[in-house]
Design a protein around this ligand. Structure first.
Ligand code: KG4
Ligand code: ZN
Length: 350
């Protein structure tokens, strides 16, 4: 039995979690509200807020788990990708604690964290025993649609720490497309959840936007954003109140277009690989339209679809700790000279 402490600080959430093997004992999060009014994450402000949050967040995670620093068997921290200043706070703290607690360090690729969030167990509702947080865990190999603010990839997962990227975006990530579209509608950052909420009151068929023709399993989202921008500009010049009057329909149309682009490539990936187990991961996997659509496709096409619980879709330390657990089993430790990496591909950064 091992206690793994996970620390996540790649962007604007400071989080710490404790796992006992795969069972989640605590997952504490301090989000930063400050960025909303700037329309995006301000790196300087983010790293300063991480510095304020990291000590209380880690202390609370240990306290809720009921363990002391000396009980920790390994400290898993996000090495990257992410913002340098933010990553440095988590990395430096992890190193200090590693020395103080006498626990080895494990570096974790944030993207692998999103993928392996499906392997976290939580206490069952009766309080006795454990159950998979996602309801069930995917068997290997499976396909993962990783959709976040920085990445859009289809990944073949052969084992907990063995992957290959089958396709990825050649420009913007889908989360960026949600956020940029939301900004054009005058919504706060991050706009994805606002688009999701507004879409539920809109007609997705009223407006639709250009779908790209990209080869193989790659994605492109910059064209959708441009088509959305020009459409709004034309309509606003005819009627300055156009956006306000049609906000929900515009959100629903944009969301529908983005989901179509994603699902189209998943269909192709299943066909090409013959693997019909499909997991969603990353911030955009919280989107209710995408989740519903994947469930519909799973019935129609006989896929086995795995949706992460909402609390594990956006950045959190539980997903960093679960990767830490698998690397702990292999003894894959990092030295104290380890440095953060702002950009890491899934293959090399793992
Ligand atoms: O995984 P994540 O928390 O951070 C990154 O690693 O990037 O993803 C953040 C992204 C943002 O672009 C945010 O707008 C999007 O996830 N997002 C959503 C929803 N919730 C978060 N997009 C669409 N619908 C949502 N419900
Ligand atoms: Zn993320």
């Amino acid at each position: 039995m091992a206690y793994i402490l996970g620390i996540e600080s790649s962007c604007d959430d400071t989080s710490a979690a404790v796992l006992r093997d795969t069972l989640l004992l605590s997952n504490v999060m301090a989000s930063q509200e400050v960025h909303g009014k700037y329309g995006g994450v301000v790196p300087e402000l983010a790293s300063r807020a991480h510095q304020q949050h990291i000590v209380p967040v880690v202390s609370q995670a240990l306290e809720i788990a009921g363990i002391r620093p000396s009980d920790i068997d390994a400290i898993a921290f996000t090495q990257g990708p992410g913002l340098l200043g933010s990553l440095l706070v988590g990395t430096s703290f992890a190193k200090g604690l590693s020395l103080a607690a006498g626990a080895p360090l494990i570096r974790v690729n944030h993207l692998v964290g999103h993928i392996l969030s499906h392997f976290i167990d939580v206490r069952s509702s009766s309080g006795e025993g454990a159950q998979p947080a996602s309801g069930k865990k995917p068997d290997f190999p499976f396909l993962c649609l990783l959709v976040s603010g920085g990445h859009t990839q289809i990944i073949k997962v052969d084992a907990p720490l063995s992957f290959s990227i089958l396709g990825q975006t050649i420009d913007d990530a889908v989360g960026e497309a949600f956020d940029k579209g939301a900004k054009l509608l005058g919504l706060e950052y991050p706009g994805g959840p606002h688009i999701d909420r507004l879409s539920q009151q809109g007609d997705p068929g009223m407006y639709s936007f250009a779908r790209p023709h990209i080869k193989d399993l790659d994605f492109s989202f910059s064209g959708v954003k441009t088509s959305f921008l020009y459409f709004l500009r034309d309509k606003q010049s005819e009627d300055p109140g156009f956006i306000d009057k049609n906000k929900a329909h515009l959100a629903a149309g944009l969301q529908h277009t983005l989901i179509d682009i994603l699902v189209d490539k998943v269909v192709k990936a299943v066909r090409q690989t013959g693997i019909n187990r499909v997991a969603l991961a990353g911030g955009v996997s919280a989107n209710s339209g995408l989740r519903e659509r994947m469930m519909r496709e799973s019935k129609k096409r006989h896929w086995d679809v795995f949706l992460p619980p909402l609390s594990f879709t956006t950045d959190n330390a539980a997903m960093i700790a679960i990767v830490g657990y698998y690397k702990y089993l292999d003894g894959r430790y990092a030295g104290l000279d380890i440095a953060p990496v702002t950009r890491s591909s899934l293959m090399t950064g793992e």
